[in-house]
Ligand binder design. Structure first.
Ligand SMILES: [Zn+2]
Ligand SMILES: [Zn+2]
Length: 171
């Protein structure tokens, strides 16, 4: 079972849940537990440390979940980067994605809920792919292709290429 953990996420999560379930052919649940985002906040950067969120999930997420994905609206960072769309433990159990930098409004553009949903799906599947041991893929349409900027997300699909899909099945 894949467990989605909303942390200060005010978007619609049911569509995401359904599409992740279809992609991984597994049950996907939404955690009712509330996580306080305060401990992850860095006042010097006015952002939230994604690795700290992952460490917290690793300690506290129920053992019944084989994979755990935090879904947040918070602006995430890791110390070496200005921002991240998400982060995952390679071959681990936990990952996090943020809608913050995927939202047109972060770039002064009008809101586009359908586009935001599509970007969030790609980023969610990408981070979950890392938890299944997948590294970045060179196939331009594969969801495991790395994306630093939001425009790059539009170039790839929300699906795994054949090779990536095959190694998930084996894992
Ligand atoms: Zn990645
Ligand atoms: Zn691939």
């Amino acid at each position: 079972m894949i467990l989605l953990v909303p942390i200060d996420f005010f978007g619609e999560i049911d569509t995401l849940r359904g599409r992740i379930a279809a992609c991984f052919h597994t049950k996907v649940g939404v955690s009712p537990a509330q996580f306080d985002s305060g401990p992850f906040f860095n006042p010097d950067r006015n952002q939230f440390h994604s690795t700290a969120i992952i460490e917290r999930l690793e300690k506290e997420a129920p053992a019944s979940a084989s994979k755990v994905l935090a879904v947040t609206g918070l602006d995430l960072y890791i110390p070496i980067l200005t921002f991240v769309f998400g982060e995952a433990r390679l071959n681990g159990r936990c990952a996090v994605v943020s809608s913050y930098r995927l939202d047109n409004r972060s770039y002064g553009l009008p809101s586009d809920p359908a586009l935001l949903q599509e970007r969030l799906l790609k980023e969610s599947i990408h981070e979950l792919g890392h938890t299944f041991g997948l590294v970045h893929c060179q196939d331009p349409e594969c969801v495991m292709k790395s994306s630093t900027y939001v425009e790059e997300l539009e170039l790839k699909s929300s699906r795994f290429c054949r090779r990536c899909m095959a190694s998930i099945r084996l894992s």
